[in-house]
Design a protein around this ligand. Structure first.
Ligand SMILES: [Zn+2]
Length: 127
């Protein structure tokens, strides 16, 4: 991969990480207070109308799910960033083949190529 391309992916990853980290911090701050209030303030998440009719427990579970997802993504982003430094960015963890650029553009922290990802999902579906 070209230097400029790596630079662009690094920028995408850093921006995504900042956004996720601030979402996580925001949610954690407000979860400590009142989950209904927190949901109302998360304007970019489709929680607002659910807060009106949904139960507080449902909302809490939803927030915990989003938090766990975000934290897992931040983890993957950190791995991707260190892979850029190591020169192994864009390589599938399982089969070592190159991950296509279109896949990386859609998911810059992808750790598996499309083929391995699909195989993994098929396996999960069979469980
Ligand atoms: Zn693979």
């Amino acid at each position: 991969m070209k230097k400029e391309e790596l630079k662009a992916f690094r920028k995408m990853l850093v921006e995504l990480r900042q956004k996720l980290a601030s979402n996580v911090a925001h949610m954690e701050n407000h979860a400590l207070r009142n989950s209904g209030e927190a949901a109302g303030e998360l304007s970019d998440l489709p929680l607002e109308h659910m807060a009106d009719r949904g139960s507080e427990n449902f909302l809490k579970d939803l927030m915990i799910g989003i938090l766990q997802n975000s934290e897992a993504e931040i983890c993957d982003i950190d791995i991707a960033l260190s892979n850029i430094d190591a020169g192994t960015y864009g390589t599938c963890e399982l089969c070592s083949s190159k991950i296509t650029k279109s896949r990386l553009k859609a998911l810059p922290f992808a750790r598996l190529c499309m083929k391995c990802k699909q195989a993994e999902e098929n396996e999960a579906a069979q469980l």
